[in-house]
Design a protein around this ligand. Sequence first.
Ligand code: IMP
Length: 431
Amino acid sequence: MSAVIVVGSQWGDEGKGKVIDFFSAQADFVVRYQGGANAGHTIVVDGKKTVLHLVPSGILHPKTKCIIANGVVLDVNSFAEEVRALKLTGYLKDSTQLMVSDAVSVILPYHRQLDQAREKALGADKIGTTGRGIGPAYEERAGRKAILFGDIFDDERLKEKLQSTLQEKNFLLEKFYGEKPIEIDEIIRNIKVLREELKPFRTADTSLVIHQALKAGKKVLFEGAQGTLLDLFHGTYPFVTSSSTIAGSACIGSGVGPCEIDKVIGITKAYATRVGEGPFPTELFNQTGDLLQHKGNEFGATTGRKRRCGWLDLVALRYAIRINGITHLAMMKLDVLSGMDEVGVCVAYELNGEVIREMPTSYALLSKVKPVIKMLSGWTDELEKITDIKDLPMNSRRYMDFINAETGLPIDMISVGPGREQTLWAKPLFS
Ligand code: IMP
Protein backbone atom coordinates (compact mmCIF):
# COMPACT_ATOMS: atom_id res chain seq x y z
CA MET A 1 0.00 0.00 0.00
CA SER A 2 1.92 3.02 -1.09
CA ALA A 3 -0.15 5.36 -3.26
CA VAL A 4 -2.86 7.50 -1.70
CA ILE A 5 -4.87 10.29 -3.32
CA VAL A 6 -6.33 13.12 -1.26
CA VAL A 7 -9.25 14.93 -2.93
CA GLY A 8 -11.74 17.60 -1.98
CA SER A 9 -15.31 16.32 -2.05
CA GLN A 10 -17.01 19.73 -2.10
CA TRP A 11 -16.26 23.08 -3.81
CA GLY A 12 -12.67 23.31 -2.61
CA ASP A 13 -11.32 24.78 0.63
CA GLU A 14 -12.10 21.56 2.51
CA GLY A 15 -8.76 21.54 4.33
CA LYS A 16 -6.70 19.37 1.98
CA GLY A 17 -3.50 21.25 2.83
CA LYS A 18 -3.83 20.35 6.48
CA VAL A 19 -4.54 16.68 5.71
CA ILE A 20 -1.59 16.44 3.31
CA ASP A 21 0.70 18.11 5.82
CA PHE A 22 -0.47 15.68 8.50
CA PHE A 23 0.14 12.59 6.36
CA SER A 24 3.36 13.92 4.85
CA ALA A 25 5.22 12.89 7.98
CA GLN A 26 4.63 9.30 6.80
CA ALA A 27 5.09 9.95 3.05
CA ASP A 28 8.24 9.91 0.93
CA PHE A 29 6.72 11.97 -1.89
CA VAL A 30 3.86 14.44 -2.27
CA VAL A 31 2.67 15.16 -5.82
CA ARG A 32 0.53 18.08 -7.09
CA TYR A 33 -1.10 17.00 -10.35
CA GLN A 34 -3.63 19.68 -11.43
CA GLY A 35 -4.72 23.26 -10.87
CA GLY A 36 -2.45 26.19 -10.22
CA ALA A 37 -2.14 29.21 -7.99
CA ASN A 38 -5.94 29.34 -7.74
CA ALA A 39 -5.47 26.89 -4.85
CA GLY A 40 -4.69 28.12 -1.35
CA HIS A 41 -3.63 25.38 1.03
CA THR A 42 -3.30 26.60 4.62
CA ILE A 43 -1.16 24.78 7.16
CA VAL A 44 -0.72 25.78 10.81
CA VAL A 45 2.30 24.39 12.70
CA ASP A 46 2.98 25.56 16.26
CA GLY A 47 0.62 28.48 15.69
CA LYS A 48 2.51 29.62 12.57
CA LYS A 49 0.43 29.81 9.40
CA THR A 50 1.81 28.95 5.95
CA VAL A 51 -0.33 29.37 2.83
CA LEU A 52 0.79 27.43 -0.23
CA HIS A 53 -0.62 27.97 -3.69
CA LEU A 54 1.63 25.86 -5.89
CA VAL A 55 4.22 24.08 -3.79
CA PRO A 56 2.87 20.77 -2.45
CA SER A 57 1.80 20.80 1.19
CA GLY A 58 4.45 18.19 2.06
CA ILE A 59 7.17 20.82 1.86
CA LEU A 60 7.10 21.56 5.61
CA HIS A 61 8.57 18.08 6.23
CA PRO A 62 12.22 18.33 5.09
CA LYS A 63 12.52 14.61 4.35
CA THR A 64 9.47 14.53 2.09
CA LYS A 65 10.16 15.14 -1.60
CA CYS A 66 7.62 17.28 -3.43
CA ILE A 67 6.71 17.09 -7.10
CA ILE A 68 4.78 19.45 -9.36
CA ALA A 69 3.66 17.16 -12.17
CA ASN A 70 2.61 17.71 -15.80
CA GLY A 71 -1.07 18.47 -15.14
CA VAL A 72 -0.38 21.63 -13.13
CA VAL A 73 -0.41 25.15 -14.60
CA LEU A 74 2.51 26.91 -12.97
CA ASP A 75 2.56 30.67 -12.58
CA VAL A 76 6.31 31.25 -12.63
CA ASN A 77 6.12 34.54 -10.74
CA SER A 78 3.89 33.16 -7.95
CA PHE A 79 6.03 30.05 -7.76
CA ALA A 80 9.26 32.05 -7.38
CA GLU A 81 7.62 34.19 -4.69
CA GLU A 82 6.42 31.12 -2.81
CA VAL A 83 9.85 29.51 -2.96
CA ARG A 84 11.45 32.72 -1.63
CA ALA A 85 8.94 32.92 1.24
CA LEU A 86 9.51 29.26 2.16
CA LYS A 87 13.27 29.74 2.22
CA LEU A 88 12.94 32.88 4.35
CA THR A 89 10.95 30.96 6.94
CA GLY A 90 13.52 28.16 7.12
CA TYR A 91 11.94 25.60 4.79
CA LEU A 92 13.21 24.23 1.48
CA LYS A 93 16.85 24.40 2.55
CA ASP A 94 17.69 21.76 -0.01
CA SER A 95 16.45 22.49 -3.55
CA THR A 96 16.36 18.78 -4.42
CA GLN A 97 13.34 18.52 -2.10
CA LEU A 98 11.20 20.09 -4.84
CA MET A 99 10.88 18.95 -8.47
CA VAL A 100 8.98 20.60 -11.30
CA SER A 101 8.24 18.66 -14.47
CA ASP A 102 9.58 20.12 -17.70
CA ALA A 103 6.16 19.35 -19.19
CA VAL A 104 4.17 21.59 -16.80
CA SER A 105 2.35 24.46 -18.58
CA VAL A 106 3.55 27.86 -17.53
CA ILE A 107 1.27 30.75 -16.56
CA LEU A 108 2.56 34.15 -17.58
CA PRO A 109 1.06 37.58 -16.82
CA TYR A 110 -1.02 37.55 -20.02
CA HIS A 111 -3.03 34.53 -18.81
CA ARG A 112 -4.14 36.51 -15.77
CA GLN A 113 -4.84 39.54 -17.95
CA LEU A 114 -7.08 37.46 -20.22
CA ASP A 115 -8.83 35.74 -17.31
CA GLN A 116 -9.66 39.09 -15.71
CA ALA A 117 -10.66 40.75 -19.00
CA ARG A 118 -13.05 37.90 -19.74
CA GLU A 119 -14.64 38.03 -16.29
CA LYS A 120 -15.10 41.78 -16.65
CA ALA A 121 -16.73 41.34 -20.04
CA LEU A 122 -19.12 38.69 -18.67
CA GLY A 123 -20.48 41.15 -16.10
CA ALA A 124 -23.33 39.58 -14.12
CA ASP A 125 -22.76 36.23 -15.86
CA LYS A 126 -19.21 35.92 -14.58
CA ILE A 127 -17.88 32.64 -13.17
CA GLY A 128 -16.21 34.37 -10.23
CA THR A 129 -12.77 32.96 -11.06
CA THR A 130 -9.75 33.60 -8.89
CA GLY A 131 -8.32 35.71 -11.72
CA ARG A 132 -5.11 33.65 -11.67
CA GLY A 133 -5.15 32.82 -15.38
CA ILE A 134 -6.19 29.19 -14.92
CA GLY A 135 -8.81 29.04 -17.70
CA PRO A 136 -6.64 30.70 -20.38
CA ALA A 137 -3.67 28.47 -19.44
CA TYR A 138 -5.62 25.22 -19.79
CA GLU A 139 -7.19 26.47 -23.03
CA GLU A 140 -3.70 27.11 -24.37
CA ARG A 141 -2.63 23.60 -23.35
CA ALA A 142 -5.63 22.05 -25.10
CA GLY A 143 -4.94 24.28 -28.10
CA ARG A 144 -1.37 22.87 -28.21
CA LYS A 145 0.22 26.29 -27.81
CA ALA A 146 1.29 26.15 -24.16
CA ILE A 147 4.72 27.32 -23.06
CA LEU A 148 6.13 24.48 -20.99
CA PHE A 149 8.42 24.80 -17.99
CA GLY A 150 11.29 23.25 -20.01
CA ASP A 151 10.81 25.88 -22.74
CA ILE A 152 11.71 28.77 -20.49
CA PHE A 153 15.33 27.59 -20.37
CA ASP A 154 15.71 27.63 -24.18
CA ASP A 155 15.83 31.17 -25.61
CA GLU A 156 15.06 30.27 -29.19
CA ARG A 157 12.16 27.93 -28.46
CA LEU A 158 10.68 30.33 -25.94
CA LYS A 159 10.71 33.23 -28.40
CA GLU A 160 9.27 31.15 -31.20
CA LYS A 161 6.41 29.79 -29.07
CA LEU A 162 5.66 33.16 -27.53
CA GLN A 163 5.51 34.82 -30.94
CA SER A 164 3.04 32.24 -32.15
CA THR A 165 0.77 32.33 -29.12
CA LEU A 166 0.91 36.10 -28.59
CA GLN A 167 -0.36 36.82 -32.08
CA GLU A 168 -3.68 35.29 -31.09
CA LYS A 169 -3.69 36.60 -27.53
CA ASN A 170 -3.00 40.18 -28.57
CA PHE A 171 -5.72 40.04 -31.16
CA LEU A 172 -8.16 38.96 -28.47
CA LEU A 173 -6.94 41.45 -25.90
CA GLU A 174 -6.93 44.45 -28.21
CA LYS A 175 -9.77 43.82 -30.61
CA PHE A 176 -12.20 41.92 -28.41
CA TYR A 177 -11.58 43.11 -24.87
CA GLY A 178 -10.16 46.56 -25.67
CA GLU A 179 -7.12 45.96 -23.46
CA LYS A 180 -3.45 46.75 -23.92
CA PRO A 181 -1.44 44.23 -26.01
CA ILE A 182 1.37 42.21 -24.48
CA GLU A 183 4.98 43.02 -25.22
CA ILE A 184 6.95 39.89 -25.96
CA ASP A 185 10.24 41.49 -24.84
CA GLU A 186 8.80 42.27 -21.43
CA ILE A 187 7.76 38.65 -20.93
CA ILE A 188 11.16 37.37 -22.00
CA ARG A 189 12.90 39.86 -19.71
CA ASN A 190 10.75 38.71 -16.78
CA ILE A 191 11.51 35.03 -17.48
CA LYS A 192 15.24 35.69 -17.77
CA VAL A 193 15.26 37.32 -14.33
CA LEU A 194 13.57 34.26 -12.79
CA ARG A 195 15.38 31.55 -14.71
CA GLU A 196 18.36 30.97 -12.41
CA GLU A 197 16.06 30.82 -9.41
CA LEU A 198 13.82 28.23 -11.06
CA LYS A 199 16.50 26.06 -12.63
CA PRO A 200 17.33 23.91 -9.57
CA PHE A 201 13.78 22.51 -9.56
CA ARG A 202 13.80 21.50 -13.22
CA THR A 203 13.10 17.78 -13.71
CA ALA A 204 12.86 16.16 -17.12
CA ASP A 205 10.35 13.44 -16.28
CA THR A 206 8.55 13.47 -12.94
CA SER A 207 6.38 10.51 -13.98
CA LEU A 208 9.56 8.40 -14.06
CA VAL A 209 10.55 9.64 -10.59
CA ILE A 210 7.13 8.64 -9.22
CA HIS A 211 7.22 5.29 -11.03
CA GLN A 212 10.63 4.45 -9.58
CA ALA A 213 9.53 5.54 -6.12
CA LEU A 214 6.45 3.31 -6.22
CA LYS A 215 8.51 0.39 -7.54
CA ALA A 216 10.90 0.81 -4.62
CA GLY A 217 7.97 0.66 -2.18
CA LYS A 218 8.10 4.38 -1.33
CA LYS A 219 4.98 6.08 -0.02
CA VAL A 220 3.44 8.60 -2.38
CA LEU A 221 0.64 11.04 -1.62
CA PHE A 222 -1.21 12.75 -4.47
CA GLU A 223 -2.49 16.18 -3.46
CA GLY A 224 -5.67 17.31 -5.17
CA ALA A 225 -6.52 20.98 -5.50
CA GLN A 226 -10.02 22.54 -5.59
CA GLY A 227 -12.88 20.10 -5.11
CA THR A 228 -15.05 17.53 -6.88
CA LEU A 229 -17.90 19.94 -7.63
CA LEU A 230 -15.48 22.28 -9.40
CA ASP A 231 -14.38 19.49 -11.77
CA LEU A 232 -14.38 20.50 -15.43
CA PHE A 233 -16.27 17.37 -16.51
CA HIS A 234 -18.25 16.34 -13.42
CA GLY A 235 -18.75 19.57 -11.48
CA THR A 236 -21.45 22.23 -11.55
CA TYR A 237 -20.55 23.25 -15.11
CA PRO A 238 -20.04 25.98 -16.25
CA PHE A 239 -19.31 27.21 -12.70
CA VAL A 240 -16.20 25.08 -12.38
CA THR A 241 -12.46 25.43 -12.70
CA SER A 242 -10.67 24.47 -15.92
CA SER A 243 -9.00 21.26 -14.76
CA SER A 244 -10.27 17.91 -13.69
CA THR A 245 -10.20 17.90 -9.91
CA ILE A 246 -11.35 14.34 -9.18
CA ALA A 247 -9.18 11.39 -8.15
CA GLY A 248 -8.79 10.06 -11.71
CA SER A 249 -6.97 13.26 -12.54
CA ALA A 250 -4.09 12.21 -10.25
CA CYS A 251 -3.26 9.44 -12.72
CA ILE A 252 -3.57 11.71 -15.76
CA GLY A 253 -1.77 14.70 -14.30
CA SER A 254 1.14 12.76 -12.87
CA GLY A 255 1.46 9.90 -15.36
CA VAL A 256 0.66 7.01 -13.05
CA GLY A 257 -1.54 4.03 -13.95
CA PRO A 258 -4.87 3.66 -12.10
CA CYS A 259 -3.95 0.22 -10.72
CA GLU A 260 -1.14 1.83 -8.71
CA ILE A 261 -3.61 3.64 -6.45
CA ASP A 262 -4.45 2.05 -3.10
CA LYS A 263 -6.66 4.57 -1.30
CA VAL A 264 -8.62 7.70 -2.03
CA ILE A 265 -9.24 9.98 0.93
CA GLY A 266 -12.14 12.37 0.45
CA ILE A 267 -12.06 15.53 2.48
CA THR A 268 -15.26 17.22 3.55
CA LYS A 269 -15.90 20.05 5.93
CA ALA A 270 -18.52 19.41 8.60
CA TYR A 271 -20.61 21.98 6.69
CA ALA A 272 -20.35 23.33 3.15
CA THR A 273 -18.78 26.41 1.55
CA ARG A 274 -18.36 27.79 -1.92
CA VAL A 275 -16.48 30.80 -3.34
CA GLY A 276 -17.44 32.32 -6.65
CA GLU A 277 -20.73 31.97 -8.50
CA GLY A 278 -22.82 28.89 -9.24
CA PRO A 279 -25.45 26.67 -7.64
CA PHE A 280 -25.12 25.79 -3.96
CA PRO A 281 -28.30 23.98 -2.83
CA THR A 282 -27.70 24.12 0.95
CA GLU A 283 -26.53 27.74 1.10
CA LEU A 284 -27.83 29.57 4.20
CA PHE A 285 -28.81 33.20 3.77
CA ASN A 286 -29.49 33.73 7.48
CA GLN A 287 -27.68 34.21 10.79
CA THR A 288 -26.57 30.58 10.85
CA GLY A 289 -24.79 31.12 7.52
CA ASP A 290 -23.12 34.23 8.96
CA LEU A 291 -22.15 32.31 12.08
CA LEU A 292 -20.48 29.56 10.05
CA GLN A 293 -18.71 32.20 7.98
CA HIS A 294 -17.38 34.03 11.06
CA LYS A 295 -16.60 31.08 13.30
CA GLY A 296 -15.08 29.10 10.43
CA ASN A 297 -13.13 32.17 9.28
CA GLU A 298 -14.41 31.43 5.80
CA PHE A 299 -12.42 33.74 3.59
CA GLY A 300 -10.68 32.48 0.43
CA ALA A 301 -6.97 31.80 1.07
CA THR A 302 -6.12 33.00 -2.46
CA THR A 303 -8.45 35.92 -3.10
CA GLY A 304 -9.65 36.85 0.40
CA ARG A 305 -13.25 36.67 -0.82
CA LYS A 306 -15.97 35.73 1.70
CA ARG A 307 -17.02 32.13 1.25
CA ARG A 308 -20.71 31.32 0.96
CA CYS A 309 -21.74 28.89 3.74
CA GLY A 310 -24.41 26.23 4.23
CA TRP A 311 -25.21 22.85 5.72
CA LEU A 312 -23.36 19.71 4.74
CA ASP A 313 -24.86 18.28 1.56
CA LEU A 314 -24.97 14.47 1.60
CA VAL A 315 -26.41 14.26 -1.92
CA ALA A 316 -23.26 15.98 -3.14
CA LEU A 317 -21.04 13.93 -0.81
CA ARG A 318 -22.48 10.64 -2.06
CA TYR A 319 -21.88 11.87 -5.61
CA ALA A 320 -18.27 12.74 -4.72
CA ILE A 321 -17.73 9.32 -3.14
CA ARG A 322 -19.00 7.68 -6.31
CA ILE A 323 -17.06 9.60 -8.92
CA ASN A 324 -13.79 9.68 -6.99
CA GLY A 325 -13.98 6.13 -5.64
CA ILE A 326 -13.41 7.54 -2.15
CA THR A 327 -12.38 4.81 0.30
CA HIS A 328 -11.94 6.96 3.45
CA LEU A 329 -13.59 10.15 4.63
CA ALA A 330 -11.91 12.93 6.58
CA MET A 331 -14.12 15.53 8.23
CA MET A 332 -12.65 18.96 8.83
CA LYS A 333 -13.73 21.84 11.06
CA LEU A 334 -16.10 19.82 13.22
CA ASP A 335 -15.27 22.29 16.01
CA VAL A 336 -17.02 25.11 14.08
CA LEU A 337 -20.39 23.42 14.69
CA SER A 338 -20.00 23.37 18.49
CA GLY A 339 -22.46 25.53 20.40
CA MET A 340 -25.39 25.15 17.99
CA ASP A 341 -28.70 23.81 19.34
CA GLU A 342 -29.23 21.89 16.15
CA VAL A 343 -27.08 20.99 13.18
CA GLY A 344 -28.62 20.57 9.74
CA VAL A 345 -27.64 18.10 7.07
CA CYS A 346 -29.09 17.74 3.59
CA VAL A 347 -30.23 14.18 2.87
CA ALA A 348 -32.05 14.64 -0.45
CA TYR A 349 -33.27 17.29 -2.90
CA GLU A 350 -36.73 18.20 -3.94
CA LEU A 351 -37.07 18.81 -7.66
CA ASN A 352 -40.40 19.66 -9.30
CA GLY A 353 -42.29 18.15 -6.36
CA GLU A 354 -40.28 14.93 -6.35
CA VAL A 355 -37.70 13.85 -3.76
CA ILE A 356 -34.43 12.76 -5.35
CA ARG A 357 -31.30 11.34 -3.73
CA GLU A 358 -28.93 11.65 -6.69
CA MET A 359 -27.34 14.87 -7.82
CA PRO A 360 -28.70 16.24 -11.12
CA THR A 361 -25.77 16.79 -13.45
CA SER A 362 -27.33 19.63 -15.42
CA TYR A 363 -26.85 23.15 -14.20
CA ALA A 364 -30.43 24.05 -15.09
CA LEU A 365 -31.85 21.31 -12.84
CA LEU A 366 -29.34 21.78 -10.01
CA SER A 367 -30.24 25.46 -9.85
CA LYS A 368 -33.88 24.50 -9.19
CA VAL A 369 -33.46 21.90 -6.43
CA LYS A 370 -34.52 22.57 -2.83
CA PRO A 371 -32.57 20.80 -0.09
CA VAL A 372 -34.36 18.36 2.21
CA ILE A 373 -32.72 19.14 5.55
CA LYS A 374 -32.69 16.87 8.58
CA MET A 375 -31.97 18.65 11.85
CA LEU A 376 -29.89 16.73 14.41
CA SER A 377 -29.22 17.69 18.03
CA GLY A 378 -26.16 19.87 18.51
CA TRP A 379 -23.49 19.84 21.21
CA THR A 380 -22.14 22.55 23.47
CA ASP A 381 -18.65 21.33 24.37
CA GLU A 382 -15.75 22.92 22.51
CA LEU A 383 -13.67 20.30 20.69
CA GLU A 384 -10.29 22.03 20.25
CA LYS A 385 -8.53 20.14 23.03
CA ILE A 386 -9.84 16.67 22.24
CA THR A 387 -7.13 14.21 21.25
CA ASP A 388 -9.09 10.98 20.87
CA ILE A 389 -12.16 10.31 18.71
CA LYS A 390 -13.69 8.41 21.65
CA ASP A 391 -13.78 11.61 23.72
CA LEU A 392 -15.94 13.57 21.27
CA PRO A 393 -19.35 14.64 22.65
CA MET A 394 -22.08 12.06 22.07
CA ASN A 395 -24.13 14.27 19.70
CA SER A 396 -21.12 15.03 17.51
CA ARG A 397 -20.55 11.29 17.26
CA ARG A 398 -24.21 10.81 16.38
CA TYR A 399 -23.77 13.43 13.66
CA MET A 400 -20.87 11.42 12.22
CA ASP A 401 -22.72 8.12 12.58
CA PHE A 402 -25.59 9.64 10.64
CA ILE A 403 -23.22 10.64 7.82
CA ASN A 404 -21.70 7.16 7.90
CA ALA A 405 -25.17 5.58 7.55
CA GLU A 406 -26.16 7.92 4.70
CA THR A 407 -22.94 7.56 2.72
CA GLY A 408 -21.87 4.02 3.56
CA LEU A 409 -18.41 5.23 4.57
CA PRO A 410 -17.03 5.75 8.07
CA ILE A 411 -15.25 8.99 8.92
CA ASP A 412 -11.68 7.99 9.66
CA MET A 413 -10.23 11.42 10.30
CA ILE A 414 -11.61 14.36 12.21
CA SER A 415 -10.13 17.81 12.49
CA VAL A 416 -11.03 19.92 15.52
CA GLY A 417 -8.89 23.00 14.91
CA PRO A 418 -6.33 24.48 12.51
CA GLY A 419 -3.24 23.05 14.23
CA ARG A 420 -1.41 19.94 13.05
CA GLU A 421 -1.98 18.37 16.47
CA GLN A 422 -5.74 19.00 16.33
CA THR A 423 -6.17 16.06 13.98
CA LEU A 424 -7.69 12.76 15.04
CA TRP A 425 -6.99 9.87 12.67
CA ALA A 426 -8.14 6.41 13.48
CA LYS A 427 -6.04 4.27 11.13
CA PRO A 428 -2.51 3.94 9.78
CA LEU A 429 -2.43 5.58 6.34
CA PHE A 430 0.01 3.40 4.46
CA SER A 431 -0.91 -0.15 5.44
P1 IMP B 1 -10.60 29.50 -11.54
O1 IMP B 1 -10.11 28.16 -11.10
O2 IMP B 1 -9.77 30.62 -11.01
O3 IMP B 1 -10.81 29.57 -13.01
O4 IMP B 1 -12.06 29.71 -10.88
C1 IMP B 1 -13.19 28.94 -11.25
C2 IMP B 1 -14.08 28.66 -10.05
O5 IMP B 1 -13.39 27.80 -9.15
C3 IMP B 1 -14.42 29.90 -9.23
O6 IMP B 1 -15.71 29.71 -8.67
C4 IMP B 1 -13.41 29.90 -8.10
O7 IMP B 1 -13.86 30.56 -6.96
C5 IMP B 1 -13.29 28.40 -7.86
N1 IMP B 1 -12.00 28.00 -7.31
C6 IMP B 1 -10.84 27.87 -7.96
N2 IMP B 1 -9.87 27.45 -7.13
C7 IMP B 1 -10.43 27.28 -5.93
C8 IMP B 1 -9.95 26.81 -4.67
O8 IMP B 1 -8.79 26.44 -4.50
N3 IMP B 1 -10.86 26.79 -3.67
C9 IMP B 1 -12.16 27.13 -3.84
N4 IMP B 1 -12.65 27.55 -5.00
C10 IMP B 1 -11.81 27.63 -6.04
